[in-house]
Design a binder for this molecule. Structure first.
Ligand SMILES: [Zn+2]
Length: 412
């Protein structure tokens, strides 16, 4: 029994000793050959205040407090690092570079600290437009820390900016390997878009077969890379293989029915060349039936029928399209063309005025779901946040009140 108490007491003392050691460790740290009291920094309100201002987005006040905290503990690398980043975010790139370069001069910098400072310096250079220096900084980081994702992501964007698609592809492969399965779908999509860009480059050099292989590879990587379908069809057409072009454009519509319009005009022409006149109207009707709000298929069919002299049917389709998308200028123009051809019949003009009365019009219907950047045309990569495939069509409420939902989310 006594022995039992002895053991218990020993354990208790051990725990207390451990706690004391832990406290001491927590309080002091060994820096540059001397013990430093961390509490000094923690007890100064400036560090916490600085962080609070940082979170609240008040950069100037954060800088003020962090500068004070840094004067109390001049050795604290993180504070100077954050201060440099704040100067960069405020647009003071030169000062940020100075701050971060000074940190690199510190003696006995750990490998990982060195890499972290270099990432910040690379971001400074990137912000300042010094592309070569930014690339050099991020490459240096990767020598110190080959799995540094921040360096890889920035390097990838710099390579994309310079249209170095092959290099960006290799960088993305490295990122995909590090991130593992959860990030795989995103990486596949990016690789597919990069492959498509390489195809376009190959096409510019006049190598049709080589370009076709690239576009095929892009589709193989990810079926969401719609431009690869479109371009592959264009290549097949240039190679004189109309049936193959039709096949690939029809596959494009299957892969992304909401963007079918990108292939419609091409298909109309290809069907006509192949003597399959009725197939285009069938396709448009099928698309409209599958997605009642689809206005471009209606517009395309209206043009098609109008050209064949079926003006009444064409106008019906255009009014339907207008009800779904009152902001599409193309529909208004098509309607006025038809109305003019009919010498402006009073009842049809009245119908047009009635349909458009309640509508609000605006420009730039395409919007990036990531950063809300707006664009008049559909872009495959956002020029603002550099995300791939992030644009959806923003719509105002339909002229009829039957459908109220507003599209949101990333296209699939
Ligand atoms: Zn964006």
């Amino acid at each position: 029994m006594l022995q039992g108490y002895g053991v218990l007491l020993g354990v208790l003392l051990g725990v207390l000793a451990g706690l004391a050691a832990g406290k001491a460790w927590e309080r002091y740290r060994f820096v540059d050959g001397r013990w430093q009291d961390r509490r000094r920094l923690r007890q100064s309100p400036h560090f916490i205040l600085g962080l609070n201002y940082l979170v609240a987005g008040q950069a100037d006040l954060a800088i003020e407090e962090l500068e004070r905290a840094s004067r109390i503990d001049p050795d604290a690398l993180e504070i100077r690092l954050v201060l440099g980043n704040l100067y960069r975010e405020k647009g003071q790139v030169g000062r940020a570079v100075q701050e971060h370069q000074a940190l690199l001069q510190r003696p006995r910098l750990k490998r990982i600290e060195h890499a972290n400072v270099l990432v910040c310096l690379g971001l400074d250079y990137r912000r300042g437009g010094f592309v070569d220096r930014a690339v050099a900084a991020f490459s240096e980081v990767l020598k110190l820390d080959p799995k540094n994702e921040a360096a890889l992501v920035n390097l990838e964007k710099l390579q994309e900016d310079q249209h170095q698609w092959q290099e960006a592809y290799v960088t993305r492969q490295r990122l995909a390997q590090i991130a593992g399965p959860p990030e795989e779908p995103r990486s596949q999509l990016i690789l597919a878009f990069l492959e498509n860009e390489m195809g376009l480059q190959t096409l510019k050099q006049g190598d049709l077969a080589g370009a076709a292989r690239r576009f095929d590879a892009a589709i193989e990587l990810d079926r969401r890379v719609l431009p690869a379908f479109i371009h592959l069809g264009d290549v097949r057409l240039r190679q004189g293989d109309v049936p193959a072009a039709i096949e690939i454009w029809e596959r494009a519509i299957d892969a992304a029915p909401d963007r079918a319009y990108l292939a419609l005009e091409r298909l109309e022409d290809a069907y006509a060349r192949s003597g399959m006149e009725t197939r285009f109207a069938e396709l448009c009707r099928r698309l409209t039936a599958a997605a009642p709000r689809e206005w471009r298929a209606r517009l395309a069919l209206a043009r098609h029928l109008g050209a064949k002299g079926q003006t009444g049917r064409a106008l019906d389709l255009l009014f339907e399209a207008l009800e779904h998308n009152p902001h599409a200028l193309a529909i208004h123009q098509a309607i006025w063309n038809r109305l003019s051809a009919l010498d402006l019949p009073r009842h049809l003009v009245a119908r047009y005025v009635e349909t458009t009365r309640q509508s609000v019009f605006y420009l730039d219907p395409h919007v990036c779901v990531r950063c809300r950047y707006r664009s008049t045309e559909l872009l495959w990569q956002c020029p603002h946040c550099h995300e791939w495939n992030s644009f959806v069509e923003d719509r105002i409420a339909p002229a009829t009140d039957t459908e109220a939902e507003i599209p949101s989310g990333v296209p699939t």
